[in-house]
Design a protein around this ligand. Structure first.
Ligand SMILES: Cc1cc2nc3c(=O)[nH]c(=O)nc-3n(C[C@H](O)[C@H](O)[C@H](O)COP(=O)(O)O)c2cc1C
Ligand SMILES: O=C(O)C(=O)c1ccccc1
Length: 364
């Protein structure tokens, strides 16, 4: 049966993946309360459609930090796309190119930065974790610039990895044939050895991530690159202001898809305070629980400039490789256009809080 909406790819993907890989992708940290709340929070909002507005030229295109997009939609940085498809990030890059969406490749990509950029027709950004080995980080930044990546996304919500109980129970280890090929194998060794009580991912992050990173260190990264710097994992007005003060070019409101601090506020609940804390033109991106074009519209109406989508892209990739990922992205983007038309807001700028009705826990 045809899969007609992003959410319909979930069970099809699950049926195709080994149980421990499924758990790694689907899971969150702790009791998974933040994971669930990310989805549930969209239920606080309903759309307020205006009628008899000319929507003949509905247009969701935009330029974001110099990157031209056909829709305000990007693929959130995720490790190891080869866990779900043999072509991995190369397939994802072709899918974003076809759909005019953004790809944020992860530092733990399972294809080289150069292979990914050769496959990408559209804009490409690179996500980084702050490794203890700053020389390795500097090398990656240099390679990214040379390969045409257009922004750096530093993930700031992971001084250590969240306690992901599914991965601990499964003793999840990254399979030997799926590798973070942009990093020295020596740095990645722990990722491939899970056992009951310790996932490979957690051990690896404990060894390699620098938990002493603070705001003052950002200058080091700034000095090494002229690319725009995006901070991913901001959930409060206080940190949004600090991000602006320390020269970030954008932030991503995110709780890492419920995979880091369990009990953290749902991403959508944090969005308005972050938007209100930054200057009017400062780009605020959003991720966490976006599963439909209507969800995209809600996040945009709350002030996000663009949204990132995580798990649904891996579902698409697992089900149909490049075509599957492209279908998910295409569906999100055409659902958004459809929503804008029926909502009577044919322009992204017209999507504001007036498009929403808010009642806690009421609508879904
Ligand atoms: C399998 C998987 C791997 C991820 N790997 C990373 C990563 O390496 N770096 C990062 O910043 N975020 C990572 N994330 C978090 C995503 O970038 C994003 O914040 C989250 O998935 C958004 O929520 P959603 O899946 O509900 O759309 C990962 C998420 C998943 C599901
Ligand atoms: O960031 C993550 O969520 C994640 O799953 C991950 C994967 C590899 C290394 C570190 C974190």
């Amino acid at each position: 049966m045809a899969l007609l909406a992003p959410a319909e790819f979930e069970s099809a993907a699950r049926a195709r993946l080994p149980a421990d890989v499924w758990d790694f992708i689907a899971g969150g940290s702790g009791a998974e309360s933040t994971l669930a709340a990310n989805l549930a929070q969209f239920g606080d909002y309903a759309l307020r459609p205006r009628v008899l507005v000319d929507v003949a030229g509905c247009d969701p295109s935009l330029t974001l930090l110099g990157s031209e997009l056909r829709a305000p939609i990007g693929v959130a940085p995720m490790a190891y796309h080869r866990l779900v498809d043999p072509e991995g990030e190369v397939a994802t890059a072709r899918a974003t190119g076809r759909t005019g969406t953004l790809l944020i490749a992860g530092i733990f990509a399972s294809r080289t930065l150069e292979e990914i950029s050769a496959a990408a027709e559209g804009p490409l950004w690179l996500q980084l974790y702050w490794l203890r080995r700053r020389d390795v980080l500097a090398g990656l930044v240099e390679r990214a610039e040379a390969a045409g990546y257009r922004a750096l996304v530093l993930t700031v919500d992971a001084p250590r990895i969240g306690r992901r109980l599914r991965d601990l129970r499964n003793g999840f280890a990254v399979p030997a044939d799926v590798r973070a090929v942009n990093l020295d194998p020596e740095l990645m060794r722990a990722s491939h050895h899970g056992d009951a009580g310790a996932s490979g991912i957690e051990t690896h992050a404990r060894e390699q991530f620098d938990p002493s990173l603070t705001w003052a260190d950002l200058a080091w990264l700034r000095e090494r690159s002229r690319l725009p710097l995006v901070l991913k994992g901001i959930l409060t007005a206080e940190d949004a202001r600090l991000a602006v003060e320390h020269g970030a070019d954008a932030v991503v409101v995110s709780n890492h898809g419920g995979r880091q601090l369990d009990g953290a506020l749902p991403s959508l609940a944090a969005l308005p305070e972050v938007v209100d804390a930054v200057p009017p033109e400062f780009p605020v991106l959003f991720d966490g629980g976006v599963r439909s074009g209507a969800d995209v519209a809600v996040a945009l109406a709350l002030g996000a400039r663009a949204v990132l989508v995580g798990r649904p892209v891996l579902w698409g990739l697992a089900v149909g490789g490049e075509d599957g990922a492209a279908q998910v992205l295409d569906q999100l983007s055409s659902e958004l256009t459809h929503t804008m038309a029926l909502l009577g807001r044919p322009r992204l700028r017209g999507l504001d809080r007036g498009a929403l009705s808010e009642r806690a826990g009421r609508y879904r």
